[in-house]
Design a protein around this ligand. Structure first.
Ligand code: DUC
Ligand code: ZN
Ligand code: ZN
Length: 460
C-alpha cells in the first residue's frame, strides 16, 4: 500500500465499522479490520474516517450581478480542503453567444493549475436558442451530464423552454438543477417596496416571500412529473417545499432537494441587524423565519432532501455596501451571496450529527454520496469502496473551533457564522491518495486537482 489509514471509525452512507483503509495508486485498495504496512501510515484513532465531501453548488471566479466573485480556484479549493471537501462542481455562466462547451473550457482553464480539489462543471443555460439544444447531447456524451436553470435573474427560463430543456436533458441521460423563485412576483414586490421607500436590508426577505419559492418549486415539480424528467431543486429555504418534494417523490417523480447550511442554521433576524450588517445575509432565496429550519432538518432525515450544498458566492461585505450606495441605495441591487465552502461540513457535523438531528451515516449520504450521484460521479467519488478514488476526510469529533473570518481562507471580508462554536472538525483531507490538508496544515501544491469527466445521471 502507498498509504494506510489505521484505527479510525470508517463511515459510509450505509455502514459504520472499525476498520483500516489501504490506498494504492490513488484508489482505495482495501478496507479491513487490520491492514499492516504501507509506505505511509496515518493514525485515525478516536476519529471518523469519511468519504471526502463533494460540493456541487458553487459560483467560483465568475460574474453575477455585474461583479466577479473574489475567490479563485486556488483559494476556494484550499478552503474546501480545510473544510473536508475534495471535489467541487461549479456553475459557470456563459458569456453572450458563448457555447456551453466554451464556458466549460474557459472555466477548466481557470481551475487547472490552481485547484487542489478535483473539479467539474454544471453549466448555466442562460439563453434558449437552437445551438444550445444541439449542444446538450454532445456535452452529455462528453461527460457533462448536469445543467442549471434559473427562474429568477435576467436569464430566467421561460416556461416553454423549462419544459423543453427538462425533456431534452433527461431524455439524453442528464439532470437539471433549478433555482426556483417566481421572478414576476419578486420584481413587482421589490418595485412596490422601493417606491414606498422600503429600501434597506430588512426588505430583502419580504420582497422574496416564501410563496415565490413554493410556487416556482411546485411548477418545476409538475413539469418534471409530466415529462418524467430528473430535476434537482437547489438551495431550499422554505419548509413547505420539503413537503412538496416528499409528496412528489412518493408519487414517483424524480425530484431531488438540496439543503444548505445557511438555511439550516440562520434565520431572517439577520436582516434586522443595525446599519448594513443585514447585508451579510443577503442571498437568494433569503433567510427565512426560524420555523422553516425544523422542516429542513426533517427533510434531510426523511430523504425528501437528498444533498447539501453551500452556494459559495464570495462577494465581500464592503462591495455589497459600495454597490448599495452606488446603485440607488436599493437592497435589490446588491450582489446576492456569501462564502460557505469551508464551513459546510463543520456546520453539518456540529449542528446535525452532534445535536442529534441527523445520524453519522446520513451525514455521509448528504455531504458526499448523494451529491456525487447527482452529478454522475458515484462511485468514483462520494464513498469509501474498493476501486473508488481515495478521497478521504478524517474528522475529529472532539475538536472545538470558533468560526471567524480570519480563521477561514476566503478572500471575502466576512463569514455569516462569525463567532459560531462548532464541535467536530475535519483535520485531514486526502484526494486520490494525496494529502491536501494534514492535521489542519496545508500540504497540497496548487494544481493537484483534475477535471472530472462524468457518467450519465442514474435515478436513485
Ligand atoms: N443565490 C445567491 O445567493 N448567490 C448566487 C446565486 C443565487 O442563486
Ligand atoms: Zn440560485
Ligand atoms: Zn447558487
Amino acid at each position: 500500500m502507498d498509504l494506510t489509514i489505521k484505527n479510525g471509525t470508517v463511515v459510509t452512507a450505509s455502514e459504520i465499522m472499525a476498520a483500516d483503509i489501504g490506498v494504492k495508486d490513488g484508489k482505495i485498495a482495501a478496507i479491513a479490520a487490520r491492514i499492516d504496512g504501507g509506505a505511509e501510515t496515518i493514525d485515525a484513532a478516536g476519529k471518523y474516517v469519511f468519504p471526502a465531501g463533494v460540493e456541487i453548488h458553487t459560483h467560483l471566479d465568475g460574474i453575477l450581478h455585474g461583479m466577479r466573485t473574489v475567490d479563485d480556484w486556488y483559494v476556494s479549493s484550499v478552503g474546501a480542503a480545510f473544510g473536508g471537501t475534495a471535489t467541487i462542481v461549479d456553475f459557470p455562466m456563459p458569456a453572450k453567444d458563448q457555447s456551453l462547451q466554451g464556458i466549460v473550457d474557459e472555466f477548466t482553464g481557470r481551475a487547472t493549475g490552481k485547484s487542489i480539489a478535483d473539479f467539474a462543471f454544471t453549466p448555466i443555460i442562460n439563453r434558449f436558442t437552437e445551438d444550445i439544444y444541439q449542444e446538450i447531447p454532445v456535452l452529455i456524451d462528453n461527460g457533462i451530464p448536469s445543467f442549471k436553470l434559473f427562474m429568477y435573474y435576467d436569464w430566467t427560463v421561460p416556461d416553454y423552454e423549462l419544459a423543453r430543456l427538462m425533456d431534452t436533458i433527461t431524455s439524453h441521460g442528464g439532470i437539471v438543477s433549478v433555482h426556483c423563485e417566481n421572478a414576476g412576483t419578486i420584481d413587482y414586490l421589490a418595485d412596490k417596496a422601493m417606491a414606498a421607500g422600503h429600501t434597506g436590508p430588512q426588505w430583502h426577505a419580504p420582497t422574496r416571500p416564501l410563496s415565490t419559492e413554493i410556487e416556482a418549486s411546485s411548477r418545476v415539480i409538475h413539469v418534471a412529473e409530466e415529462l418524467n424528467a430528473s430535476v434537482l431543486i437547489v438551495h431550499i429555504s422554505a419548509g413547505p417545499v420539503v413537503d412538496l418534494i416528499a409528496r412528489a417523490r412518493a408519487r414517483g417523480v424524480n425530484v431531488y432537494g438540496e439543503a444548505m447550511p445557511h438555511y439550516l442554521c440562520l434565520d431572517d433576524s439577520v436582516y434586522d441587524r443595525p446599519g448594513y450588517e443585514g447585508m451579510k445575509g443577503v442571498c437568494t432565496p433569503p433567510l427565512r423565519p426560524r420555523e422553516n429550519q425544523k422542516a429542513l432538518w426533517a427533510g434531510l432525515r426523511s430523504g425528501a432532501l437528498s444533498t447539501i450544498g453551500c452556494d459559495h458566492c464570495a462577494f465581500p461585505y464592503k462591495d455589497k455596501i459600495r454597490l448599495f450606495e452606488t446603485r440607488g441605495k436599493r437592497i435589490d441591487m446588491i450582489p446576492h451571496g456569501a462564502p460557505g465552502i469551508e464551513t459546510r461540513i463543520p456546520l453539518l457535523f456540529s449542528e446535525g450529527v452532534n445535536r442529534g438531528r441527523i445520524s453519522v451515516t446520513k451525514f455521509v449520504e448528504v455531504s458526499a454520496t448523494n451529491p456525487a450521484k447527482l452529478v454522475g460521479l458515484y462511485p468514483q467519488k462520494g464513498t469509501l469502496a474498493i476501486g473508488s478514488d481515495a478521497d478521504i476526510m478524517i474528522l475529529d469529533p472532539e475538536k472545538e473551533v470558533t468560526i471567524t473570518q480570519e480563521g477561514l481562507h476566503s478572500n471575502t471580508d466576512f463569514t455569516p457564522y462569525e463567532g459560531w462554536q462548532v464541535k467536530g472538525y475535519p483535520v485531514t483531507t486526502i484526494s486520490r491518495g494525496t494529502v491536501l490538508v494534514r492535521d489542519c496544515q496545508l500540504e497540497a501544491e496548487a494544481g493537484h486537482g483534475q477535471f472530472l469527466k462524468r457518467k450519465r445521471f442514474e435515478v436513485f
